[in-house]
Design a protein around this ligand. Structure first.
Ligand code: MN
Length: 207
């Protein structure tokens, strides 16, 4: 099984000025591509393991991955999934949050604004490299969770509950350093201008 590159859903400069064109290009074409190449190299190394067609299936079932390539698949497979999910969750056109998700924010955080404040606070305080996620549990309740390195909510053995990811923010420095350097708070603030709420609302349904 060879996993293929997923093109960006928009042009490199589509997220300007919030995420600059050079950052998007290097992030997608160099960082993400390197993770994909390393994933495929690890899978090629293990002759007798037949990886599933879906990358999500692969990383949701890490127990099935042979020990000698497990760490490489965890890091690089997680990275490829996370990046594709990240780009899909962004949009230059500022769609609205749909009703059901807006109601869930009110129920679980008080309001969309309170959710954003809490998410921003956790993103700012996250130590090291990783990701911050908005997820829903199997009952449809919203949760904010962080994953280290390139781990993802799909790696169920890491979490007590099954979690379905809705939105993520890349907190690796490569995702913002060219434009924002050490000013992570500005990158987080910029993120809220380009969230694809239509996609996030779609991921929220059906419960
Ligand atoms: Mn990244």
């Amino acid at each position: 099984m060879i996993y293929t590159e997923t093109p960006l859903p928009y042009a490199y400069n589509a997220l300007e000025p919030h995420i600059d064109s050079a950052t998007v290009e290097i992030h997608h074409d160099k960082h993400q591509k390197a993770y994909l190449d390393k994933l495929n190299a690890a899978l090629a190394y293990s002759d007798d393991f037949d990886a599933p067609d879906s990358l999500a299936d692969l990383i949701s079932n890490m127990w099935a991955v042979p020990e000698d390539i497990k760490l490489a698949v965890r890091n690089n497979g997680g990275a490829v999934f996370n990046h594709v999910f990240f780009w899909e969750g962004l949009s230059p056109i500022k769609p609205m949050i749909k009703f059901d998700l807006a109601s869930a924010f009110e129920r679980d955080f008080g309001s969309v604004e309170t959710f954003k404040e809490e998410f921003s606070k956790q993103a700012l305080n996250f130590f090291g490299s990783g990701w911050l996620w908005l997820c829903k549990d199997t009952q449809g309740y919203l949760k904010i969770i962080a994953t280290k390195n390139q781990d993802t909510p799909l790696m169920r053995e890491l979490f007590i509950k099954e979690l379905i990811p809705l939105l993520c923010l890349d907190l690796w420095e490569h995702s913002y350093y060219l434009k924002y350097q050490n000013r992570r708070a500005e990158y987080i603030e910029a993120f809220w201008h380009i969230v694809n709420w239509e996609k996030v609302s779609e991921r929220y349904l059906p419960i």
